[in-house]
Design a protein around this ligand. Structure first.
Ligand SMILES: Cc1cc2nc3c(=O)[nH]c(=O)nc-3n(C[C@H](O)[C@H](O)[C@H](O)COP(=O)(O)OP(=O)(O)OC[C@H]3O[C@@H](n4cnc5c(N)ncnc54)[C@H](O)[C@@H]3O)c2cc1C
Length: 449
């Protein structure tokens, strides 16, 4: 009988299969550096966020950005020729898991939404002039941007209904529209605006994207909308969501991004990878809440034992650990699929992680908050803010229901109804077929029926 050592050695010699869950050591050391840097340098700043306006925040963040650049981790979502690292989605995903632990970390690493997605749009569809004027300064952190698509009057979950218009005017365009929830709109230097250019075209070819300078005549940032995440009136804070009117805003021909009617096509390129980044960032938040849940369960005593001694809390810990693991693997798999087979091949996986990841985020935070009782509900801990943040995840970048519906439709395409309307697995019919198929073999048995 072979010794245990021999068995282990045999296993180790097995050829590696293509499904590899390891991270290469060089990249792992970058991730380890990031983890320490984010915890030591960025988490403390969170507690001062409400006291800092944009300029104050940037004074605190800029030295950190310099350090990130020195580490060659700046704007990692973009190709090297654009000043990024050219990491694929899997590496980016692993980075975002760390950055997600703090709302400020993406800013320090040059890949905060919406600037990161907007830089992807500019890299993808921008002309050399547009890149020069907007993309490079955006990447350098000298400009800020917003993505202005959703309108209060039409369903954001069905953007083919957009009514904002851009009409040709001489060699340029005139834009009229009303948008809201343009994140960072009140601090942006330019806005990427989605507007209908050809109302008669097929639904997904009606709209185009335009780069509009925030100080262009006719652009009016009416307010920052107070939300569940920031439920107080404020203006010009990082992460606010602006309501904006565009009244007869005249832009030159050079403001059009890509071809006329290509708005949805470009948006797709931006939103799909963006969802992977969101989901990984949510896992970072969930992990932080989970750590708090575990810590609390070890010291809080109630009814004769620590919380960890109660089965309900054990279930919360076990379920949270399993759900986070599932969401993580699903998300990294979607990222891997996008890297290896392209955006369209990963469509279903990306839609699945969007609603699954949002639910895991919510449930883990909810359990951690509950385990802290009144303390969890108070602003002495970050859990209540995480909880409010988590609720938005079910809405932005497409509500849960839209992604579920899309997944169900894609799944159902692989099925057909049975011609005779009898279920394929209907046992009496299968038994009859089996009797005929094996009649000779089972003659003796069936004779005894
Ligand atoms: C925090 C946050 C940040 C955002 N940032 C931006 C931004 O930077 N730029 C921007 O342009 N927009 C942004 N948005 C807007 C966001 O994209 C929209 O809110 C989203 O697309 C939903 O559109 P809506 O709010 O108009 O809801 P609606 O489209 O009116 O949908 C309302 C509800 O209807 C239901 N529903 C819709 N379709 C279906 C369906 N097919 N089946 C079943 N139920 C359905 C869902 O329950 C859905 O939640 C942001 C939103 C939030 C919350």
């Amino acid at each position: 009988m072979p010794s245990l050592g021999a068995i282990v050695a045999t296993r180790v010699r097995l050829p590696l299969v293509a499904w590899d869950f390891s991270t290469d050591p060089a990249f792992q050391s970058k991730l380890d550096w990031m983890t320490g840097f984010v915890r030591e340098e960025i988490w403390p700043l969170e507690t001062l966020l409400d006291e800092l306006d944009w300029d104050g925040l940037m004074r605190a963040i800029q030295p950190l950005q310099e350090e990130v650049k020195r580490q060659e981790l700046w704007a990692a979502h973009l190709d090297p020729e654009l000043g990024g690292q050219g990491y694929g989605q899997v590496k980016l995903g692993l980075m975002h898991e760390i950055l997600g632990t703090s709302p400020l970390a993406p800013l320090a690493f040059g890949n905060a939404a919406p600037d990161s997605g907007n830089s992807e749009i500019l890299a993808l569809a921008g002309t050399p002039e547009q890149k020069e004027r907007y993309l490079y300064p955006l990447l350098a952190g000298d400009l800020k941007s917003a993505f202005s698509m959703t309108e209060p009057e039409t369903a954001g979950s069905d953007p083919t209904q957009l009514i904002s218009r851009a009409e040709p005017d001489g060699d340029g365009w005139v834009i009229n529209g009303h948008k809201w929830f343009s994140t960072n709109g009140s601090i942006a230097d330019f806005l990427i605006v989605m507007a209908v250019t050809d109302p008669e075209a097929r639904p997904h070819q009606r709209a185009s994207m335009f780069i509009v300078d925030a100080d262009a005549p006719g652009v009016q940032v009416r307010r920052d909308v107070a939300t569940m995440e920031h439920p107080w009136d404020s203006f010009g804070l990082y992460g606010n969501h602006a309501e904006i009117s565009y009244k007869n805003v005249r832009v030159g021909a050079g403001a059009l991004l890509g071809a006329p009617g290509a708005g949805f096509l470009i948006a797709q390129q931006r939103l799909y990878p963006g969802r992977i980044h969101h989901c990984m960032r949510w896992l970072g938040v969930a992990r932080r809440a989970f750590d708090m849940l575990c810590e609390r369960s070890l010291y809080r005593e109630a009814h004769g034992t620590t919380l960890a001694g109660h089965q309900t809390i054990q279930n919360w810990i076990a379920d949270s650990a399993a759900e986070m693991q599932a969401a993580r693997l699903m998300t990294l798999h979607a990222a891997w699929k996008m890297d290896s087979e392209g955006i369209l091949a990963a469509r279903q996986d990306i839609a699945m992680i969007k609603y699954y990841g949002a639910r895991v985020l919510h449930d883990v935070i909810d359990r951690a908050l509950q385990a802290h009782g009144a303390l969890g509900y108070s602003t002495d801990l970050p859990l209540e803010a995480m909880y409010r943040y988590a609720r938005g995840a079910r809405i932005y970048d497409g509500p849960d229901e839209v992604h579920r519906s899309s997944v169900a439709r894609q799944v159902l395409r692989r099925y057909e109804p049975p011609a005779d309307r009898v279920p394929t697995e209907y046992i009496p019919a299968r038994r009859e077929q089996a009797r005929q198929k094996f009649a000779e073999l089972l003659g003796g048995v069936t004779a005894n029926d």
